[in-house]
Design a protein around this ligand. Sequence first.
Ligand SMILES: [Zn+2]
Ligand SMILES: [Zn+2]
Length: 379
Amino acid sequence: MSNVFYDKLIKTRHYIHQHPEVSENEFETTEFIKNYLSKIGIRIVNYPLKTGVIAEIGSGLPIIALRADIDALPIIEKTGLDYASQKEAMHACGHDFHQTSLLGAAEILKTQEAQLKGTVRLIFQPAEENFQGAHQVIEAGGLDNVSAIIGYHNNPHLKPGQIGLRSGAIMAGVEQFLVTVEGLSAHAARPDLGVDTVLTITTIINNLQSIVARTVSPFDSAVLSVTHIDVGKTWNVLPAEGYFEGTIRTFDPQVRLSVIEKFTRIVETTAQQFGAKVSIQWGNSPKVTFNHAELTPIIFEHSKAFAEVIETLPSTGGEDFAAYQEKIPGVFAFIGSNGEPNAPDWHHDDFIVKDEALPVAVNYYVENALRLLDYYQRK
Ligand SMILES: [Zn+2]
Ligand SMILES: [Zn+2]
């Protein structure tokens, strides 16, 4: 594609970057995308979504879905870029880049519509940051009749021009837990008359650390972090109640289930040992982003035509793309977006995506959509 095409696309990204909207409030962004697509003759399909857009190019089966997330974060931008955010929010995860590359891909695929061997469904997904958007899209019917789905996240630790990919887990299963412990308040001088909530909580936390150390195979991995404890107010009273919270990260669906099961057992039996009551609340966080065993090598090989494709390690971050992969085959890649040795990480107020990263992201969508249409057509 020409420089004119990419110059226009870069301007589009800068505009989107200046006008970020946080999860489930992507109203102007939704309008912007709809207008952009309508102007180039792409049909918007009316799914019941509050925010986000689903559109289609081509007709008939198979259907390959391309997904980009569109939401921003409640962060005040400090990049000093001339196209920095004009609002009290920031595209600090680079979703401005994701949606722009999908707009660019749509524009290219539209010019090839007559030759498409099926349908490309464009999913501009809202609310990735609060892990609600993929569920909303699935609920609205966005995956209906879709054979496979392709997505990616920009990665500031890879250079523009690089794609990182692997079969199996590429992003972690994320668990968010909050454990409330109810003991029995007593004078600090008469602990025998109460149930010690403080000792119960600290013992539970100690015991939890044995899960990863003693029950996860050395060939698998998991992380369990308790990050916040709140119990008691003063020096001479044993408190009646307290809580702690934190997160678990896993990379294998089986390991995930096993760690959750052991977590529950340890929390309950330790509390029981002290005679305390306990309850566990789990957040609505994503499962393992697990790349399809058959499709990933196809995309890995095919992407070598336009990018340097490298076998990547999984990230310990989470992605609600995992929800799609629970339903249908899916492939999720990392696309290089910065590559400087000290490039700021996702969700930092000085996070920067380089403009020159766009062509590989556009090609990733276009070329792999065509490749998978062909694959499912022959199947
Ligand atoms: Zn993010
Ligand atoms: Zn993100």
